[in-house]
Ligand binder design. Structure first.
Ligand code: FAD
Length: 453
C-alpha cells in the first residue's frame, strides 16, 4: 500500500507522529510539499526565503535516506487529488493545522479527495505543531480558556506524549515527478541555518543557556533567549522534543511557561478564529485611532525606526535587518504604536507578519491584542509602557540601542536613553521625538475613560 505524507508546518523527519502513522504496516510513503502561494501571501521576503530554505533542507535530509521530496505548486485541493491519482496512494497523512486558513484548506482538500464517499481517500490527521493539540484543554464548562494562567495549569496537568519515534531510515519511501523549488536568498542579517539538523544543533546550544533564561530573558542587550521561534514556525523541531529535553534540566520552568504561551495563543485562535482580525474585547474598537495622512505619517516613521525613542527605533531596525525582534522590544514597540502613536493594532500586526521570520498568526495577532489591551487575556489598556523607562531598565548601558542605531553610537551616559537631552540636542541624523510620551499617554487615557463613560 502507498500513502502520501503531505508536509506543511512539520518540516522534519524525527519526532514526527504523522510520519510514524503513514509508514505503519510497511506502507510506502510519498513525501509531498505543496507550494501554496495564498498561504505565503502575508509573508515578506525573509519568511518566504526561510520557508523555502527549510523545505530544501528537508529535501536534502530525505535524499540522505534515498528519498526524493515531491514539490508541487498550486491549490492543495487540486494538487492532492492529482498526486493521489498519479501514485495510486490510498491515504493522505498530515499533522493538523489550527489556523483559520489551514482549517478551511484542509476541509476543501478533504472534500476534493472524496473522503466522505466509500472507497475514496481519507485525510488522516496525526499530531499537531503543538505539545497539546489546540482544543484539547477545556474549562470545567467545556469551553476554551480565555486567560493564560488557568490555561497553563490545565496544560501542565494534561501533559503531553513522549517524542514520536519516527525513523526515516526505516521508511519505504516512494516518489513521483516533482517541480523545481524556487530559491530566494535569505537576507544577510539572518544568520540561522535552515533545516532539522541545524535546528537540533541550535537547540542544544540554547539548552546550555536555559539556566540563565529566567533572569536574562528580558534583556535585549544580552540576547539571552533561545531564538528557537523560526524553527518552531516551520516545524523543524517539535515542541515536545524541547519539553522532553527540558525535563532533565534543573530549571525548566520559565522556558516551559513561554512555550505554553505559544500553545495558549494557538488554542485561543482554534476556539475563536475571529480574534485573528477582530478585537477580542470589542469595546476598545471605539477608540479614536488615526486615519488618512496622519495614520500614514505615524506608521511610516514607526516602521522605519525613526520615532526618536531609541529602544523603539532599535527594535524596528532589528526587525528589518534580521526578520526577528526581541520579545521585550516587541511588547514595547506594539504598545508605542497603539498608545503613543494612536495607530490601530491591526496595522502593526500586518507589518510584523510581513517582516518576521517567525511570523505566526496566533502568536502575532494575540501578542498585538495583548499590547493593545484588547485580547482575551491582555495587559489592561491603562498600563502604558514608558519607552524611556523600559530602555533604562532593560538595556541599561544602551548596548542594544547602539547595536542598531549607528547615529547614536557616539552618545555617552544617560543621554543614550533620551538623546534629546544630550548637550546640543540629538546627534546629527537622529530625529527628535515624534510625539511627547507624557502628552500621548494622558490623551490615550482620556480617550479610554471617555469610551468607558
Ligand atoms: P524565547 O524567549 O527563547 O522563548 C521560547 C519560545 O517560547 C519561543 O520561540 C516561542 O515559541 C515561545 N514564546 C515565547 N514568548 C512567547 C509569547 N509572548 N507568545 C507566544 N509564544 C512565546 N512569536 C512568534 O513565534 N511569532 C510571532 O509572529 C510573534 N509575534 C509577536 C508579536 C508581539 C506584538 C509580541 C509581543 C510577541 C510576539 N511573539 C511572536 C512572541 C515572542 O516575542 C517570540 O516568540 C519570541 O520573541 C521568539 O524569540 P525566542 O525564540 O528567542 O523566544
Amino acid at each position: 500500500e502507498r500513502r502520501v505524507l503531505w508536509f506543511r508546518r512539520d518540516l522534519r523527519l524525527l519526532d514526527h507522529a504523522a510520519l510514524l502513522t503513514a509508514a505503519a504496516d510497511g506502507a510506502e510513503v510519498v513525501p509531498l510539499y505543496v507550494l501554496d502561494e495564498r498561504l505565503l501571501a502575508p509573508a515578506g521576503r525573509t519568511r518566504v526565503a526561510w520557508v523555502l530554505a527549510s523545505v530544501r533542507a528537508l529535501a536534502d535530509e530525505l535524499a540522505e535516506h534515498g528519498a526524493s521530496l515531491v514539490v508541487r505548486r498550486g491549490d492543495p485541493a487540486e494538487v492532492l487529488p492529482a498526486v493521489v491519482a498519479e501514485t495510486g496512494a490510498r491515504e493522505v497523512h498530515i499533522s493538523s493545522d489550527h489556523g483559520p486558513y489551514g482549517r478551511a484548506r484542509d476541509a476543501r482538500v478533504r472534500a476534493a479527495l472524496g473522503e466522505a464517499q466509500p472507497g475514496e481517500v481519507p485525510l488522516v490527521e496525526t499530531g499537531s505543531p503543538y505539545a497539546v493539540t489546540p482544543g484539547r484543554v477545556l474549562t470545567g464548562s467545556g469551553t476554551g480558556y480565555q486567560v493564560f494562567t488557568p490555561y497553563y495549569r490545565a496544560w501542565l496537568a494534561h501533559g503531553w506524549r513522549a517524542p514520536a519515534a519516527s525513523d526515516p531510515a526505516r521508511v519505504a519511501w516512494a516518489s513521483a515527478p516533482t517541480e523545481e523549488l524556487p530559491s530566494v536568498e535569505l537576507p544577510s542579517g539572518v544568520r540561522l541555518e535552515a533545516g532539522e539538523s541545524a535546528a537540533r544543533r541550535h537547540w542544544a546550544e540554547a539548552l546550555e543557556r536555559v539556566g540563565d533564561y529566567a533572569t536574562a530573558r528580558d534583556r535585549p542587550d544580552l540576547d539571552a533567549t533561545s531564538r528557537i521561534s523560526p524553527y518552531l514556525k516551520v516545524g523543524a523541531l517539535h515542541p515536545r522534543t524541547l519539553l522532553a529535553d527540558l525535563a532533565d534540566h534543573p530549571e525548566p520552568e520559565a522556558f516551559r511557561r513561554e512555550l505554553a504561551f505559544r500553545e495558549f495563543y494557538a488554542d485561543v485562535l482554534h476556539h475563536r478564529p475571529e480574534t485573528a482580525r477582530e478585537y477580542a474585547r470589542p469595546e476598545l474598537r471605539g477608540l479614536p485611532y488615526l486615519t488618512g495622512a496622519a495614520l500614514c505619517e505615524h506608521l511610516d516613521v514607526w516602521r522605519a525606526g525613526r520615532t526618536g525613542y531609541p529602544l523603539v527605533d532599535a527594535g524596528m531596525r532589528q526587525l528589518l535587518a534580521e526578520g526577528w525582534m526581541h520579545n521585550r522590544v516587541r511588547m514595547l514597540v506594539a504598545s508605542f504604536l497603539v498608545k503613543d502613536l494612536g495607530v490601530e493594532w491591526t496595522h502593526g500586526a500586518r507589518h510584523f507578519l510581513r517582516h518576521l521570520i517567525d511570523g505566526d498568526l496566533a502568536s502575532n495577532q494575540h501578542g498585538w491584542q495583548w499590547a493593545a489591551g484588547s485580547g482575551t487575556d491582555a495587559a489592561p489598556y491603562f498600563r502604558i509602557f514608558n519607552p524611556t523607562t523600559q530602555a533604562r531598565r532593560f538595556d541599561p548601558d544602551g548596548t542594544y540601542i547602539r547595536r542598531w542605531i549607528p547615529e547614536l553610537r557616539s552618545v555617552t551616559g544617560k543621554a543614550i536613553h533620551e538623546p534629546w537631552t544630550a548637550p546640543g540636542g540629538p546627534p546629527e541624523g537622529y530625529p527628535a521625538p515624534i510625539v511627547d510620551h507624557a502628552e500621548q499617554r494622558a490623551a490615550a487615557l482620556e480617550a479610554y475613560h471617555a469610551l468607558r463613560r
